[in-house]
Design a protein around this ligand. Sequence first.
Ligand code: C5P
Length: 237
Amino acid sequence: TRTAAVIPAAGRGIRLGPGAPKALRALGGTPMLVHAVRAMARSRAVSLVVVVAPPDGAPQVRTLLDDHALPDGTEVLVVPGGDTRQDSVRLGLAALPGDVASVLVHDAARPLVPIDTVDAVAAAVRGGAPAVVPALPVTDTVKEVDPRTGGAPEPVVGTPVRARLRAVQTPQGFDRATLAEAHRKFAAEGDGATDDAGMVERLGLPVVVVPGHEEAFKVTRPLDLVLAEAVLARRRA
Ligand code: C5P
């Protein structure tokens, strides 16, 4: 049996500012998505990568990947995504061949995740955990609020104990059947889940956290691009 990676890359990246879909924007001269595919394919555990492209952008993404060198022996499928991240992941899972027993779901928006993090997640899944997420302690204190629009002051509802909080990253690793069941059961609910492991929790199954890595941060806002370029420059030095 094999481990595959599914990379949702169908987001528009509005928070990053105007321009191309986020996954296609360049980092160090190379599209973010190419970095993300390479990061998955470099792991010896991963033999297949499924890229979930913007709904109308699959041919363009196929061409883009064909134009960039990937680690030897990597098979890459490209499928069109959906309106939410959850839809996109479900569409990626549907493209997996029958011999895939475990799946890593990795955001295209986390292009710089180190190979050791990928390997650690894959190893924990192969070791029998149904769901594994890499995560880091949070540095900010986090408040829960009653959201208001338009910049009005928001009433605070609570303050979770910081020492018990973890900020979760990707790749998140799963037993394939478990993740597919979660996506079947919770398909088409509102805006969709922001994280796959949360859906497995809702099935009542155990989810475990392993150490994440600072360089697995998500490129979301303009400042994240500055940080990503600096990390790449340091790696190349
Ligand atoms: O929007 P968010 O930061 O949660 O996006 C995380 C990842 O999900 C990104 O890699 C993005 O491209 C992907 N995504 C997707 N389909 C969507 C929305 C987001 O594949 N409809």
